[in-house]
Structures are given as structure tokens and as C-alpha cells.
Design a binder for this molecule. Structure first.
Ligand code: ADP
Length: 560
């Protein structure tokens, strides 16, 4: 199966099997999603299970992270791949909710399937199934009510208030609760909050997850992990390190695009590619001596210019390759240190984090000495941690660098999982700092939405097919809470749900009641500190409704 297109007429086009039409197409799509949902169910919540994945290289990953599990499933059915995309979008936007969306999506599709087939509709004197477009409309209505309900029970707070940091910590804890690492290293939520607040102090509205730098060291105890208020770059040099001269005020760095070395006005293109590869291929009859001289003089003038601008260290990258020995020797002679070439992504990341533009034309340097092409630091020092080369960027008072979390882990597997968890938490915290609104976790939102939808049905006298579809939506939401409690080993979870629904019904002020699964206490989630970001919860409802609607609208799978 090579091509997957969801075109404007809501047909899925694939290219190696027969066309599938009508109900058959719809059922096949839904069934594919249900099996994904089944796998993901056990991952939901703070006491969920983990999956052990053996990847194509035979490496072992133990994880609870929804998106990591989905990616490893190598799904080929086009509609189940839409669920992977859904989870990925959640991860990109919110850093969290990746399991919840897939589980809710599959629950809604399960409900749709029985509505389509007309299962148990005979009680309502309905002999045939419900049309998919009606189901879709009902789900959209229910999702709108849910979104309004969630907004109503949300709370805005001031991150600069005394309570602000406490709320950030509670949200970070809720995000990390389900991660394996939270049991090993309970201090991780605090590490995430302290580092993002430090980054926020400098980056303000430019805060991104890149504003915190994470350096993993696979040795030692996780308890030794710490935050450094400066940028630490784990990378080696290909020249010796030339420390700052005692008479210089600053230590300057430029990030040089490797393509620049290939970028000559004259006809030296013949040798430039080969220059990167440490070999020379003569493609015209130009004298080899003059070609080399030309290249040498170019490198020489580059080094002289860099020296003139007080550059002590250079990062090169943007093009996978090595630096020719000739270039290296000129940098060496000038006592300019050079980092091992960075690959394209690393290089762009470095440029973003240090706020230095990548230099692809040396004349830009001569135009403006205060340009963004020169990174000025009080000092850049070499450090060696567990035989790893690291470079410590000590900021000038006037500028900032992203703080660094040094994360220790006894094994690479543990370290990778901790990094993933930390990244999710930083993403959630970044969103929360941008829009400081929280909602209660622990099933409270789901139960409250159920009750409000059910009372809307009663108050507005909604009956017939619409009532059946809205009720199905509430059942799916309720099942989310059930799975959460069931996964935590709570035996009487069904009774608890009934009790919670009653609490919510009898008193509006109980709208944020749920269960804190750490202690199995029923209560107000705001008081017990089980909080989530409002934006994440709203995205879950709207994105899931959108994708379920898309799936319900598909009436044909076309194979080219
Ligand atoms: P996702 O990948 O969708 O975020 P998780 O496995 O992280 O899924 O589970 C998130 C769910 O776990 C949320 O509904 C959240 O409210 C709930 N949760 C997290 N911590 C607790 C807790 N201490 N008590 C009850 N529910 C919790």
C-alpha cells in the first residue's frame, strides 16, 4: 500500500486492493480503529501498564507513551494510520493526551458501529441502524456541549502569584503520573517546572520547549539530575580547544554553513564538492595548482575575517559532511576552535537556542559588527562529564541562554524514556504558561460533560435518534473514566462512577469531583491537585470529534 489520500469527497484512495464500498468500507475502517484502541486502553492513566517494544534494530524500548507505542505498531490500514496522525498532532500541539485521544476515538467509533448496525435500537422502536451523517451531527452537538462545560469548570490563574508555581507543579505531576519514571524519580515534575520558569524569565513570549536544553548522561543516579542556569552543549571539537585569552572581554562564536565553503563566484565548483570529501577531481583543463590556490586563498581570507571579528570558536553544519584537512589546518593555525560538523537538524536547533543566525555569506559579517551572526558570550568553557566533552556557554549579563537539565540515568533505555516524559511535561508547561487555565483531572471533566449532555437532552426535550446519539457520546466519555479507574485496579469502579455522577448531579459545586488515583480518594480535583491544562482537554474533544466525523463520512475505499 503506497498511497493514502483523503480527498475532498471523503474517499480514501489506496493503490493495491479492490475498491470497498458503502457499509462495508465504513465497518472495515471502524474495526481497524477498534483494534488500535484496544491495544492503547491499558496505557491510560497514572497506574496503567507499559509496553515493551523491540524495534527493527533489535533495540528494546519500555514505554507508556501513547505516541511511541503507536509509531511502533507499523499500522498499514489507512484509517488506523489516521489515528496515529491524531495522536501525533496532540503530541505536537500539547505534548500530552496522546493516549486519551486514541482511546476516546475508538470508544466513539465502537458506539457508532452499534448505532449504524441498529444494535439494541429495537427498544426505541427503531428497526434499522442510524445513518452515519446523523451520528456525526449528534456527536458534533455533544462535543460542543462538552467544550462549553469544560470551559465553565476551568479556572484561570496567575502564574506570577504564590499559587502559580504550585499549580504548575500539580499539572506537571498529573502529566508525569502515568510515566514509568515518575515512580523511580518523583522529583521530575519539579525539575520540569523549575527549568521552564528559568527559561521563561529570559525567553518570555518566545518560550518554546527548545528553551530548555536537556543533556542525558547514562550513568549515575537519576536523583543527581540537576538544572544549570546556562547552555551546555554535548559535542566534540575537531581541533584543539583554545580557551579564552585573559585579555579578551568576550568569547565569540559563529555558525558557518558548510555550503559557504562551496560557494564561490568563479569556476571552482569543479573542486568544491570534492573538497568536502577530501579529494579533488579535475573536470576541466584548469591547472590543478591554481585550483588549490584559489581554494586556499578563500579559506585564508575566511579565517582572517573571522579573526578580525574576534571569533574564537566556530560551529559548522547544515550539510552532512566533514571538514577538509586543509580548512581544519587553517583554523588551527589561527587558533580558532571548530566543532565537529553538526547535521542539519542539530545545526538549526543550535542556532535557535543560542539566538545566532547561520552565516552563509562571509560578507554579511563585515556589514554589521553587532549582527545576529556573532554569538557573544562571557566565556565558553570545556567540561568533561563521564568522559563526554561538553561546552559551557557562560552568558553575558545582557543576553540569555537556555538553561540545561543534566539528566542522569543508569541505562540508555531509562534515559530515553525519561527524556520523552520530560519533553512532554515541558510542552504542557509551556502551553500552560501561554494560557494559564486548568481543568480538573481524574475523570471529573468526563463525568461532568456526561451529566450536562444528559440534562440538555431532558431540558430541551430531545428525543428520537438525536437523543440516542447524544447518549452514546456520554457513554463513551463515561467509559474513559471507567478505564482510568479500572486500570488503577479499583474493583468497584462501576459503583464509583454512579456515585460520582450523583455527586455531580446534586450540586453544581461538585462539578470538579473525580478520583485521585494515587490515594484512591474521591474529592474535588482542584483541592487534591489533580489538574490538567484546559487547552489539552478541549483539543482532545474537538480533535476526536473531527476525526470520528471524517471516518463516518467515508463511503468508499478506492484502490488505484
Ligand atoms: P495521555 O497520554 O492521554 O495523557 P495518560 O496515560 O497520561 O494519558 O493519562 C492521562 C489521564 O490520567 C488523565 O485523564 C488524567 O486526569 C489522569 N490522571 C493523571 N494523574 C491522575 C491522578 N493522580 N488521579 C487520577 N487521574 C489521574
Amino acid at each position: 500500500m503506497e498511497r493514502l489520500v483523503l480527498d475532498n469527497n471523503w474517499k480514501i484512495i489506496i493503490n493495491d486492493k479492490e475498491n470497498i464500498k458503502g457499509d462495508h468500507a465504513l465497518y472495515s475502517n471502524i474495526l481497524a480503529c477498534l483494534s488500535v484502541g484496544e491495544t492503547m486502553k491499558s496505557l491510560l492513566g497514572p497506574k496503567s501498564r507499559d509496553k515493551l517494544i523491540i524495534n527493527q534494530y533489535g533495540e528494546i524500548i519500555i514505554t507508556n507513551d501513547g505516541i511511541t507505542v503507536l509509531k511502533s505498531m507499523n499500522l498499514i490500514h489507512p484509517v488506523s494510520r489516521m489515528m496515529v496522525e491524531l495522536s501525533k498532532s496532540m503530541d505536537d500541539q500539547n505534548g500530552d493526551g496522546t493516549t486519551s485521544v486514541v482511546v476516546l476515538c475508538s470508544l466513539l467509533l465502537k458506539k457508532s458501529l452499534s448505532l449504524l448496525k441498529g444494535d439494541s435500537l429495537s427498544n426505541f422502536n427503531i428497526s434499522r441502524g442510524i445513518h452515519p451523517i446523523r451520528i456525526m451531527r449528534g456527536f458534533i452537538k455533544a462535543s460542543k456541549i462538552s467544550i462549553d462545560t469544560i470551559k465553565k469548570i476551568s479556572k484561570r490563574f496567575d502564574i506570577n502569584s504564590d499559587q502559580g508555581k504550585e499549580i504548575l507543579l500539580q499539572v506537571s505531576t498529573t502529566t508525569l503520573n502515568s510515566k514509568l519514571v515518575s515512580h523511580i524519580y518523583p522529583n521530575l515534575p519539579k525539575l520540569a517546572v523549575d527549568s521552564i520558569l528559568l527559561a521563561y524569565k529570559f525567553s518570555k513570549s518566545n518560550l518554546t520547549t527548545q528553551s530548555v536544553n536537556i543533556v542525558g548522561v547514562s550513568s549515575g543516579s537519576m536523583e543527581d539530575s540537576k538544572i544549570l542556569p546556562y547552555f551546555l552543549l554535548p559535542h566534540s571539537l575537531i581541533t584543539p580547544f583554545y580557551p579564552k585569552q585573559s585579555n579578551s572581554k568576550e568569547f565569540n562564536i559563529v555558525l558557518l554553513d558548510l555550503l559557504f565553503l562551496n560557494n564561490n563566484n568563479n569556476n571552482s565548483k569543479d573542486i568544491t564538492e570534492s573538497f568536502q570529501n577530501n579529494e579533488i577531481i579535475i573536470k576541466n583543463d584548469k591547472d590543478i595548482e591554481s585550483l588549490i590556490q584559489e581554494q586556499e586563498s578563500k579559506v585564508k581570507s575566511l579565517v582572517i575575517t573571522l579573526k578580525k571579528f574576534g571569533i574564537s570558536i566556530v560551529g559548522v553544519g547544515g550539510n552532512d559532511g566533514t571538514l577538509a584537512p586543509l580548512v581544519r589546518s587553517y583554523f588551527n593555525k589561527a587558533k580558532i576552535s571548530v566543532f565537529k560538523p553538526f547535521d542539519r537538524d542539530e545545526f538549526t536547533n543550535l542556532s535557535d537556542r543560542l539566538g545566532i543566525s547561520i552565516l552563509s555569506d562571509i560578507s554579511n559579517l563585515s556589514l554589521n559588527t553587532t549582527s545576529s551572526f556573532i554569538g557573544k558570550f562571557k566565556n565558553i568553557k570545556q567540561e568533561i562529564i563521564q568522559s563526554r566533552e561538553l561546552y559551557h556557554f557562560e552568558p553575558l549579563d545582557t543576553i540569555s541562554t537556555p538553561p540545561t537539565i543534566i539528566l542522569y540515568g543508569s541505562t540508555d533505555i531509562e534515559l530515553q524514556e525519561t527524556k520523552r516524559a520530560l519533553h512532554d511535561s515541558l510542552c504542557v508547561l509551556r502551553n500552560l504558561i501561554r494560557d494559564p487555565v486548568v481543568v480538573p483531572g481524574g475523570g471529573a471533566c468526563e463525568i461532568q460533560c456526561c451529566n450536562v449532555i444528559l440534562s440538555t437532552i431532558a431540558n430541551e426535550n430531545i428525543d428520537g435518534l438525536e437523543m440516542i446519539v447524544l447518549t452514546a457520546f456520554t457513554e463513551a466519555l463515561e467509559e474513559i473514566a471507567q478505564i482510568l479507574y479500572q486500570n488503577s485496579g479499583i474493583e468497584n469502579h462501576l459503583e464509583l462512577i454512579l456515585k460520582l455522577k450523583d455527586y455531580h448531579r446534586v450540586n453544581e459545586s461538585n462539578a470538579s469531583f473525580g478520583i485521585d488515583l494515587r490515594t484512591e480518594t474521591m474529592g474535588d480535583m482542584y483541592d487534591l491537585g489533580v489538574l490538567e491544562t484546559c487547552s489539552n482537554k478541549l483539543s482532545q474533544i474537538s480533535m476526536v470529534t473531527e476525526i470520528v466525523s471524517s471516518i463516518l463520512k467515508i463511503d468508499e475505499i478506492i484502490n488505484h
